[in-house]
Design a protein around this ligand. Structure first.
Ligand code: ANZ
Length: 816
């Protein structure tokens, strides 16, 4: 049997495509535009199975759009700042750029060989000064709008590695890397004020619900975490300033039997009595070692100290003690709470531990928490609550208390968000330098726009080792500058930006990658934005996707974008796993993409990944058969060699049965791709290949025009997943490259019409006959046919027909 040489076919077509550049997006094309975006990679090593999967899925959509006659923007680039390059540079005593750009070249070559329809003329790297110049520009614009600011805040600090750690890098209070006990340190850091957009970021999720994966929308809602509640002020004995708390249950105010202030909040130090100060300090040393996750967990033993002061409950004048504890967080709400032990389990655990009073104020019908030490949180009848007593509706209770507090000037209704401002400064080298100069006289002075990009100084190897401050601080020539305002001695900010800043706007840069007047050409962004699809990993459900949405909204408010949302639709792929487990070095179950490609070829690997199942599902490579995919591709390819009818008149006058299969397959394939059911689409192409083979071998024969029509449809449909095989088929069918731009096969609607449908004839509700009729039969014709049917005549048996109800083409109901 004839087979084709996969390697040779790959070598043959790559240079042809390079020459043709079929996927260059023309901004000025009169065609309708589509923007197909996929998450850009980090340049560590060569491409792996995960990259192969996501880009294969993504490419189905992009190539489909081209075939359907759209002008498609499908760009690619690299998220090329970040820690791995810096760590490699320290290890190898080189510059991070060496590692970064070598890997980018490797991945670029691999992507090309892998045949993804990227428009390489728009390629970008976030670590290029031409790119980060605009990241700095955006930072300064945000700062002008009050959306980038510095503040002092406690951060996780590893005393051994001398660096700040993200919350995720602290495990059981220890540094994830070296095991040293992590402490807290006050540092002045840069923040983006994403909280200013919290409400809008939440509201717009309603519209995205139809086109974004549900789990992403939910994750974002939870992350933003809107809650409605109240601020309540408690007067403090011997102090002018009250303690203000944030509560979502102001209706339980009569049950507040003590207060708790975050031990590490400034408020605790301000409030503490002289006698209790030493106890607080000792407690704080312990607290600084724990993580936020630990602190909030409900099943952890409660700890705390009495602050030696009392406050007054504003609704009943009761005197209640004020404590400090770590289960209240300093930077959430106001950093202080009213404790209602009967109705909040953490407060109840604390009350039990320190023998504080518990008072039930909502009777839910469950056992009394004063006795059981099980807090009740549901609805019920208010008790011990003054004017609320007897009410049963929580919303009414909350409303009544807020009215009262507002009248007394002791509180007000508020909305609170869990979302915090985005901490963007990093004390590392390989990132975008923050373009600000600190001058003793003039304070924070932005680097003038005409001096951008502010480039990184050349540091390498040991210079990059973490030392507690950014390596940039030690680059004396770089860091010491004249103040742009007064000309006096000043220092550059030595922090760099979180790489999430770079990736918050890269999709805009693709619209006009060479643009030199701004981060992007406003007109070009109008042409392409929003991206019609964003394909990528669900691990980005919150941070990246939220940050990109935030940037888009700010840019809209700056008048640079018309849209307020960057990604109209989204698709998350599953993971490629092996033998039931995530691929990992320690399990030794990694699968090398390079090996798979060498063994089975690009098309078979791509086809296997797309055919494996719904895109969102994980793919267990151990259960896949790239060899089977290759056999199928060979079968498809063989069709193209068997066709003997001339090119030019596909289908016409050919075998109707085969023509119907082709038409139906092409028609359904479009719907399936649009519903992201790519695996089903491929199954249908497989059926078409079988039908065509049968027609050639034992049906109408290879010279029938229907065979050519079917084979050409196979080539075009396969071009979405197996570009090399499709191109080779196309050539053998007598066409010029490239099949990728051949256009979607035309479908004659007449071929889609089902030949006949079954109509049921009932007499007195009982089925008496079935008729094969044309699907577009008229009511009158159907009635006539039914009444002329022999079985029906027999069943009526001469009785008078009183009524005939006809529902063409499926049902005739005769009443006698
Ligand atoms: C009294 C109360 C009674 C509460 C009750 C709950 C149940 P969300 O929905 O997450 O916003 N809280 C407020 N600030 C806090 C902080 N800094 N650290 C830890 N807990 C804090 O939760 C708000 C509720 O969490 C608030 O309502 C407060 O406890 C607590 F039966 O106040 B509540």
């Amino acid at each position: 049997q004839e087979t084709y040489d996969v390697e040779q076919v790959q070598q043959k077509w790559l240079p042809v495509w390079d020459e043709l550049q079929p996927f260059r997006a023309d901004d000025d094309s009169p065609r309708e535009k589509k923007y197909a975006l996929t998450m850009f990679p980090y340049p560590s090593g060569d491409l792996h199975m995960g990259h192969a999967e996501v880009t294969a899925l993504h490419d189905v959509i992009a190539r489909y759009w081209w075939q359907r006659g759209f002008e498609v923007l499908n760009p690619m680039g690299w998220d090329s700042f970040g820690l791995p390059a810096e760590n490699a540079a320290i290890r190898n005593n080189e510059h991070p750029a060496t590692y970064t750009y070598a890997n980018i070249e490797t991945q670029y070559e691999s992507f090309k060989r892998y045949g993804i329809s990227f428009d390489w003329s728009r390629r970008l790297h976030t670590s290029d000064p031409e790119y980060y110049r605009w990241t700095q520009w955006l930072f300064l614009k945000f700062r002008e709008r009050g959306l980038a600011y510095r503040k002092n805040s406690p951060v996780n600090w590893c005393p051994n590695d001398q660096t700040v750690l993200a919350n995720e890098q602290v495990v059981d209070g220890k540094c994830e890397r070296c095991g040293a006990e992590v402490t807290k340190r006050e540092l002045t850091q840069w923040y983006f004020k994403i909280t200013e957009y919290a409400q809008e970021l939440l509201d717009c999720l309603d519209d995205l619900e139809a086109t974004w994966p549900a789990r992403v929308v939910t994750a974002q809602r939870n992350w933003i975490g809107r809650s409605e509640g109240a601020h309540v002020a408690f007067a403090v004995e011997g102090r002018d300033e009250p303690i203000t708390v944030y509560t979502t249950r102001p209706d339980t105010l009569y049950g507040a039997t003590f207060m708790v202030v975050a031990a590490d909040a400034k408020l605790a130090a301000d409030l503490v009595s002289d006698e209790q100060r030493a106890a607080l300090d000792e407690y704080l040393t312990e607290v600084r070692k724990s993580t936020e996750v630990d602190r909030l967990s409900t099943d952890r033993p409660k700890t705390g100290v009495f602050l030696g002061v009392h406050a007054v409950n504003p609704v009943n004048g009761e005197r209640i003690p004020v404590w400090a504890a770590d289960y209240v967080l300093a930077d959430y709400g106001t950093g202080a709470i009213m404790a209602v032990p009967a109705h909040d389990q953490r407060d109840l655990d604390f009350a039990k531990k320190f023998d504080l009073p518990v008072r039930r104020v909502v009777d839910t019908g469950e056992p009394n928490p004063e006795e059981t030490y099980e807090a009740t949180t549901g609805n019920g009848v208010y008790v011990n609550s003054g004017p609320l007593d007897g009410l049963t509706d929580k919303a009414a209770g909350i409303h009544a208390i807020i009215e009262r507090l507002q009248a007394d000037g002791a509180g007000e209704g508020t909305v609170n968000f869990r979302l915090r401002d985005w901490l963007l400064s990093r004390q590392r080298y390989w990132g975008v330098p923050i373009p600000v100069i600190h001058c003793e006289k003039d304070g924070e002075v932005p680097v003038p726009y005409d001096q951008l990009p502010l480039e990184l100084p050349e540091l390498r190897g040991a210079d990059l080792k973490p030392k507690g401050v950014s390596p940039l601080a030690a680059a004396e020539d770089w860091v010491n500058v004249e103040c742009p305002t007064c000309g006096g001695p000043a220092r550059r900010d030595s922090d760099t930006m979180d790489t999430f800043v770079d990736s918050s706007w890269y999709f805009l840069r693709y619209c006009s990658p060479g643009y030199t007047e701004g981060p992007f050409d406003v007109e070009k962004a109008k042409t392409w934005m929003p991206a019609d699809i964003y394909v990528g990993g669900v691990e980005h459900a919150v941070l990246h996707l939220l940050y990109a949405r935030f940037f888009t909204k700010v840019l809209r408010d700056m008048g640079m974008l018309e849209v307020g949302e960057p990604f109209a639709a989204q698709l998350n792929q599953g993971f490629v796993i092996n033998r039931g487990k995530k691929m990992s070095k320690s399990l030794g179950n990694g699968v090398s993409l390079g090996d798979q490609l060498a063994e089975f070829g690009v098309d078979a690997v791509r086809l296997t990944l797309v055919f494996a199942g719904p895109p969102e599902d994980d793919i267990d490579w151990a259960e896949m058969s790239p060899a089977g995919s290759l056999r199928f591709l060979q079968r498809a390819w063989r069709l193209s060699g068997d066709v003997t009818s001339p090119a030019g008149t596909p289908g016409e006058g050919g075998d109707v049965a085969l023509r119907r299969v082709t038409a139906r397959t092409v028609h359904d394939a479009a719907e399936l791709v649009e519903a992201y059911r790519f695996n089903v689409m491929i199954a249908r192409v497989m059926e078409l290949v079988n039908a065509t083979r049968k027609a050639i071998d034992s049906g109408c024969g290879p010279e029938d025009p229907a065979v050519r029509e079917a084979a050409e449809a196979v080539a075009i449909l396969l071009s979405l997943v197996a570009p090399y095989t499709a191109e080779e088929m196309w050539e053998r069918l007598g066409h010029q490259p490239t099949v990728a731009r051949a256009g979607w096969p035309a479908v004659d609607p007449a071929l889609l019409v089902e030949e006949s449908v079954t109509a049921v004839v009932q007499i007195q509700g009982k089925v008496k006959a079935r008729l094969e009729v044309a699907p577009d039969i008229s009511e009158a014709d159907l009635e006539q046919l039914a009444l002329a049917d022999e079985g029906v005549i027999k069943a009526i048996d001469g009785r008078e027909v009183r009524k005939v109800i006809v529902r063409a083409p499926k049902l005739v109901n005769v009443v006698v």
